[in-house]
Design a protein around this ligand. Structure first.
Ligand SMILES: [Zn+2]
Length: 471
């Protein structure tokens, strides 16, 4: 039984309300006792489960073991140690999945404005979206596959294996056969190394998916394009899938551009080497010409006055004052000093990092707008004269590169500009009072949450209707 209590305003008056976002509808207890600082609790009519104290004891024991460290005296000893720690990681993952299931069933994640139990777990454990999604798929599979659940909770299936199974389970065309044939997967998982296990399960899906893995119309339905950045190398990767006809058309256009790039190299080399010109003497490698050809297609599209998309001709780069000042020093010939991790920023508005040397040169010579912010994230300089509309909105985006809600990673450019203090309550439309907020959390905020900005640090704080700060 879920008891939701809401403290209204600062006067400490208590009332109990039904939360509209809990779909199944909690049972509301009139006059429930609310523990100070906590607004959601469970009564003791359900199964007791493991207490946090008991889990804490296990963690303390493990920490002690890890602090002492490990030595290995023989192959047998090494195998023993590897197996034991593998057991621990499997059981810890099983525990994480159980907690996720319990959080999902209780609906408590709603109280902190999280979209789902998975988002809450990703935020609380600071894990990647890939891990959070894999764990959620595992939870869904275990809900319906009791045999797999039994062996997984006994530590007999590895984490990599269980994630392969969860992925196969998510295919809606084969899910019924999957549930019926769980015993096969368990046998394979206990016997096969991950690589062979994955190939075997993928083959099972292929042979049980009677519609075929990707019939012709699915290629069109599943079309996709992603341009993503690796935060370490700062390089971007473009990956796309299209139907056979569209792919062939794109291929033809790209080939024409690659040929144009080849001719540029050929003509340049011929001017130097005359009749001795050959492919080895060309300035760029074929892979480099292909990448440049693709970039040229984008540039041509942006320059086309009849383009179907409104071209954005100014590219915004966000710097902290400290980072830009250091680049200026280097540019003036001073010895480089290392950047300070706490103040360093050179990125797009969405927070995608950009190489500072490259961006600095661009800021001096091209149509790139230089925006400098101080330690509180407040804009102190916009260095380029070609202002487009909506500068106030842009200034707001720069203070946060994603939705202001803890745990929500929607990029700022996909968010709405939101007043911290509502306009109707006298809130100003300026950068101190504006934050990026996604549509979901904009609605969440209206349910009695308080959002405020610390004027000293510039940080956004969100307080639940019960008075608890969300972190
Ligand atoms: Zn959000």
């Amino acid at each position: 039984m879920l008891v939701v209590g809401v403290r209204e305003g600062k006067c400490g008056m208590l009332s109990v309300v039904e939360d509209p976002m809990i779909v199944e509808g909690p049972t509301i207890v009139e006059g429930a006792t609310i523990v100070e600082g906590a607004t959601v609790g469970f009564d003791d009519s359900g199964p007791p489960g493991v207490t946090t104290g008991e889990i804490g004891d296990v963690v303390a024991g493990l920490r002690e073991l890890v602090t002492v460290g490990v030595t290995v005296s023989s192959v047998a000893h090494a195998k023993e140690q590897l197996d034991l720690y593998e057991q621990i990681s499997r059981l810890a993952e099983a525990g994480q999945v159980q907690v996720l299931g319990a959080v999902d069933a209780s609906g408590v994640y709603v109280e902190h404005g999280h979209y789902s139990a998975t988002v809450m777990q990703r935020h609380q454990t600071q894990s990647s979206s890939a891990t959070a999604t894999a764990r959620d798929k595992t939870r869904r599979m275990l809900n319906q596959c009791d045999q797999i659940a039994e062996v997984f909770f006994d530590g007999k299936i590895g984490v990599d294996h269980i994630r392969v199974l969860a992925r196969a389970f998510s295919n809606p065309r084969t899910v019924d056969a999957f549930i019926q044939q769980q015993h096969r997967f368990i046998q394979w998982a206990e016997r096969l190394a991950c690589k062979r296990f994955e190939a075997r399960v993928a083959n099972w899906v292929r042979t049980n998916d009677f519609d075929g893995p990707e019939p012709n119309d699915r290629a069109h339905e599943n079309r996709d394009a992603k341009l993503t950045q690796d935060h370490f190398s700062e390089a971007w990767q473009l990956r796309g899938t299209s139907s056979s006809a569209v792919g062939a058309e794109q291929r033809e256009i790209l080939d024409a551009y690659i040929e144009a790039e080849f001719h540029k190299d050929w003509e340049a080399a011929k001017a130097v080497f005359g009749d001795d010109v050959c492919v080895d003497k060309l300035a760029r490698k074929p892979a480099q010409r292909r990448a440049d050809a693709l970039h040229q297609i984008f540039l041509d599209a942006a320059a086309n006055p009849n383009s179907s998309a409104r071209g954005k001709t100014v590219h915004n780069i966000v710097w902290t004052a400290e980072t830009y000042a250091e680049m200026l020093r280097r540019f003036a010939g001073a010895e480089p000093t290392p950047f300070d991790l706490d103040t360093y920023r050179c990125s797009t508005v969405d927070g995608d990092p950009i190489n500072p040397a490259e961006a600095f040169i661009d800021s001096l010579t091209s149509q790139i707008r230089r925006i400098v912010i101080d330690a509180r994230g407040v804009v102190i300089d916009m260095g380029e004269a070609r202002f487009l509309t909506g500068l106030a909105r842009l200034a707001m985006q720069i203070s946060n590169d994603e939705c202001c809600w803890p745990g929500c990673h929607l990029p700022t450019t996909a968010c709405q500009a939101d007043h911290i203090l509502a306009h109707t309550k006298g809130g100003q439309t300026d950068q101190h009072n504006m934050v990026p907020c996604c549509a979901f959390h904009n609605r969440t905020k209206e349910r009695g949450y308080t959002v405020w900005r610390d004027t000293n640090t510039g940080e956004i704080h969100i307080v639940t209707p019960g008075g608890e700060q969300i972190q």
